[in-house]
Design a protein around this ligand. Structure first.
Ligand code: GUN
Ligand code: ZN
Length: 440
């Protein structure tokens, strides 16, 4: 202890963690301290408690005092497309036209390794500035885009998830297509190179059923069976036009989910983005296998997809993560994403509590990625990926928060109106990656 204690960092401020899931167990599982501390050692959280007690117990630790700012686990974005960084906020299209008009032309550009590296660096700058310490991203069909993502995440010491987006059907443009065998081979090679290296995880990534042949889905299903420690990510039932398209391309399928299920692409460790317009059979199967549904509220509003049933699906026992879906989503910020989740739930007559929103953006997404024992919470043994939030980051937020009687009232204006100005500091792997206040 003595030797390592000298290296310890003690962060002091308000602290917020969770002892359970507030969506199902009530908000009493939230653990807040008005003057708490987080002891960080060797990249991990070594202790969480009251500041005074930790200062006494670890006198050699280097103290960073964040005052009234809130220390939390860093945000986790469970579904994003880093290659779409530059086309975020493109006007006027719904899903299929949006893909063809904006997304596919931009994704073609990531064949160039220099451009892929530039976009990956810009993307991580943006998400880290917004307090997001882990993302799970689609890449493009180009292996170079996967190399660029993982190289950048590794350089920054992040836990990160991604995979080569596979498309071999003529519904995708020429120039953005692989083949069933090529997708299998490339994915396998990338997986062998990156999966488990430092804090990186490879994710098997068929884009969605409309852009894959049954042969490609089956090849990727086989790859997943051969590599069960990998996650698998795709899209499911985002728009009604898309569902009709899937029915026409897969006439034998019982429903959209069945196009994945029939090819070995349904299971625990499967991440299904959007999942808005689900059939009862799909809901039952997703729950039975322990799959994860990823809610992308800014995207679902921006592309006009629909209102995810957070209340019904969470009460029904589904595993749910929260995500930006950049650049179908209109923000890199998980604060903005929590605000959109709140608004979408309000339109379905359910007011999500700030504790539920914060949990979804941290432990909920970690649980969706099956990494809840490593990231997404303030608890001993967890990796020290942290965000420090200024609860008075703008005049509008400050004046609303000034009236608060408790943490939730103080936090909610930041959830609804906060942006990167609210992010006072970010720590990843036990290291500060944005300048914090002067050390005390
Ligand atoms: N469905 C298939 N590809 C995509 C994509 O890139 N973004 C969104 N929002 N939906 C998709
Ligand atoms: Zn997506």
């Amino acid at each position: 202890m003595m030797g390592t204690d000298r290296m310890a960092e003690l962060l002091i401020g308000q602290t917020l963690g969770f002892d359970g899931n507030p969506m199902t167990e009530g908000i009493g599982v939230a653990r807040h301290s008005a003057r708490g501390g987080v002891l960080v050692e060797a990249g991990r959280i070594a202790a969480v408690g009251e500041a005074d007690a930790l200062v006494r117990a670890y006198p050699a630790a280097r103290v960073t005092d964040y005052g009234a700012r809130l220390i939390s686990a860093g945000f986790i974005d469970a579904h994003a497309h880093y290659p779409q960084t530059a086309i975020i906020a493109s006007w006027g299209k719904r899903l299929i036209d949006w893909l063809n008009a904006y997304t596919f032309p931009e994704e073609m550009r990531l064949a160039d390794p220099a451009y892929a590296a530039e976009i990956a660096a810009r993307y991580f700058d943006l998400v880290l500035a917004n307090g997001t310490t882990t993302v799970c991203s689609f890449c493009t069909i180009h292996p170079e885009s996967v190399e660029a993502f993982f190289a950048e995440a590794r350089r920054r010491g992040l836990r990160a998830y991604a995979g080569k987006t596979c498309m071999d059907r003529d519904t995708a443009p020429a120039g953005l297509r692989d083949s069933a065998q090529g997708a299998y081979d490339d994915s396998r090679r990338l997986l062998q190179k990156w999966h488990g290296l430092d804090r990186l995880s490879y994710v098997i990534t068929p884009r969605f059923s409309p852009t894959s042949t049954p042969g490609q889905l089956a090849a990727l299903g086989a790859l997943w069976a051969e590599n069960p420690t990998c996650l698998m990510q795709t899209h499911l039932s985002e728009q009604t036009d898309e569902i009709a398209w899937v029915k026409s391309l897969y006439p034998e399928a019982r429903d959209y989910l069945d196009t994945y299920e029939a090819h070995g692409l349904l299971g625990a460790g499967g991440l299904y983005g959007h999942a808005i317009h689900l059939e009862p059979r799909e809901i039952d199967r997703l729950r039975e296998v322990g799959a994860s549904l990823i809610h992308c509220p800014t995207s679902n509003c921006f592309i006009g997809s629909g209102l995810f049933d957070m209340d019904g699906l969470s009460r029904g026992g589904q595993r749910i993560g929260l995500a930006t879906d950049t650049g179908g989503g209109s923000s890199f910020s998980m604060l903005r994403t929590m605000a959109a989740a709140y608004e979408v739930a309000q339109l379905r007559h359910r007011a999500l509590h700030p504790a539920e929103l914060w949990w979804l953006a941290t432990q909920g997404s970690a649980r969706a990625l099956r990494a809840e024992d490593r990231i997404g919470n303030l608890a001993p043994g967890m990796e020290a990926d942290l965000v420090v939030i200024d609860l008075a980051s703008t005049p509008a937020i400050a004046q609303a928060a000034a009236r608060a009687d408790d943490l939730w009232q103080a936090l909610f204006p930041t959830i609804m109106m906060g942006d990167d100005r609210a992010v006072a500091a970010v720590w990843a792997g036990g290291r500060p990656i944005r300048p914090g206040p002067a050390r005390g």
